[in-house]
Design a binder for this molecule. Sequence first.
Ligand code: ZN
Length: 237
Amino acid sequence: MAYSRNLTHILCRSDNGPSASVPVVRFVRYGNYYKVITNSEPNLYTLMFIEPHIKGERRGWIEVICGSMFSGKTEELIRRLKRARIAHLKVEIFKPALDTRYHEQNIVSHDETAIQSTPIENSQTILLLANEVDVIGIDEAQFFDDQLPEVCDQLAFRGIRVIVAGLDMDYTAKPFGQMPNLLAKAEYITKLHAICVKCGNIANYSYRKQKVGGQIVLGEIDIYEPRCRNCYYNPDC
Ligand SMILES: [Zn+2]
């Protein structure tokens, strides 16, 4: 746990603006999470996931990182994968081939942290490519086919740590793709929040600003913005 306790600052995103570095005052442990408490604002804290330590037998499990757009899901996925690499674990990362917003082969977060990944058309491909792997990261899981939860199960049964990141709701606030099934199967769940651009409260909805059709419209802040419950359902107030 020394790695996390050495943390002296956390980055707080303001979604559209630059990140701010906030000093950490103390950590309080809750199971597999540390509550990271800062002194900049009394109510501002974050939960930081800590990897389970299992001595002896190697076991697999599923972690899901979910939330709205601009909530920091990909940053958190990259953070966990980089820590696994520091621990000399073999890591493979996959993303759906349709997600080419930033880069063909990299997973790139909104703050432009990047890690190399393999774009794939079909979730079953992961089973073929996951040889001699300790940790698998899957980004934008909501875009994958309905075999993904079963694929993740099989990987976990092989002893692999599976970390899945994805949007839990689409722009109409309906559960997105296979995310509900993945959340049900996961041992560990982290729900991240953005900040509502209208009122500054915690946001967990992805509001589509442009009236264009279809559940899947790839875009960024030009098309979507994070909103809280009130501002999402009452956009004119
Ligand atoms: Zn709001």
